[in-house]
Design a protein around this ligand. Sequence first.
Ligand code: UD1
Ligand code: CA
Length: 472
Amino acid sequence: MSVTSDSLGVLIMAAGKGTRMHSDKPKVLQSLLEEPVVYYILDSVRRAGLSNVAVLVGHRGEMVEAYVRQEWPDAEVVWQHEQLGTGHAVKVAEAWWKQFDHVLVLNGDVPLVEPQTLADLVKKHERYRPQCSLLSFNADDPAGYGRIVRLADGGVRIVEHKEAEEEELSIHEINAGIYLFETKALSSVVDQLSPNNEQNEYYITDAVHLIDETEGDVNVVVCEDEAELQGVNTPYDLAATARALNKRIIRAHMLNGLKCMDPGSTWIGPRAEFAPDVVVEPGVQIWGRSQIGNGSRIGAYTTLRNVAIGENTTVFGPSVLVDAEIGNGAEIGPFAFLRSGVLMKDGSRAGRFVEIKNSAIGVGAKVPHLSYIGDATIGDGTNIGAGTVTCNYDGSEKHRTTIGANCFVGSDTMFVAPVSMGDNASTAAGSVITKDVPDGALGIARARQTNIDDWQNRKGITAKKTQKDKES
Ligand code: UD1
Ligand code: CA
């Protein structure tokens, strides 16, 4: 019978403070490619096909709990109100994991672990049926980690860096912080853990040794890839881990067709999706739940965050797009800023020095130059002249501007919202539109021009003599 069908729980320890981060934000919520550290472990667990997940929260636990409830609604949240160490962490969660026959316990700060490695640990646990399986790896620089001490009788003990003897410090085989216990065995030793060590903490690693001593079997599964099991403890680790994840993500997309011109300067988060034939120029950042359709191209130094882009659309860089949906065959940028709920329909354009916020731009409609469009709806085929502004904010509230289809908005039109314009209507350049413009009408709202004849001469003082005047 398989371990998974026996019933397996997965406990992710995410209650620690992460002192070495020097941050108010708990370590597991620190950002890695704009997702929290704990995202990656939850994602690997899910992709390994494991369910019955609980996340142990404690330090700034409300923040971690809110994240888990929002993004991983199937996971449970278990509280560790005082953080007395990883041994204490498993102990306080006993009531939860006791319902399973086996429990996979993971440090929340090993985001690089691959689903395959977790699946392999489960498979080996199934095959050998020890009371505890755990992952180890050989580190070039083992400083700070727990060392795997292989005992003469075939048993195993883990000694933390701080308590290691001279000889033990030279061991390079490291405890990865990922353990699979038979819950009956874990239950029988968890109350014997004590904080008699340098850090006055309860260590989960002592449970491994206790199981080994009380005639349980401990099987150490060695992971070949050292990079996969690095813990994230410092801001430097965070940057190094982000780079490693980024490389892995970009490589996977490129094997599926992504034309990333310069993987070294491009940043792509784990939730981005690409159709096969997409070009990404150098210096691009793509974060959150972004999706890019076939034939589209993202220009240099563009940032996309939660942006869906259709097919054959070009974003000229640099541009910044946040929470936007762009249709097929659209053109954006360069120097465009689209934010907070923008819909650009098929064939539409947002050009140079254009900011668009919370607005829908119709099929084939164009906002080519130097405009601010906020809280507006623009109909199909409408052209917005350079320098147009929707004056959406009256100092206390936001108001909408509605512009119909096939309109021609003259350059430098100010729409003082709330205001609307029908279909096939126009505004004269330089108008300040405060009243609705009906279908087919031309709205003109500006002072009529007066030319004062012979102005220069009459003013006298400012009229500069030309060379010819001087000579005569
Ligand atoms: C731990 C291991 C060490 C191993 C290393 C691998 C112990 C005693 N040591 O050390 O052998 O080589 O991981 O990366 O376990 N946590 C809680 N509650 C607590 C304390 C910690 O939930 O009371 C969580 C943390 O949020 C973190 C994880 O447990 O995600 C590991 O804690 P951390 O303090 O980082 O352990 P290390 O010192 O790295
Ligand atoms: Ca750690």
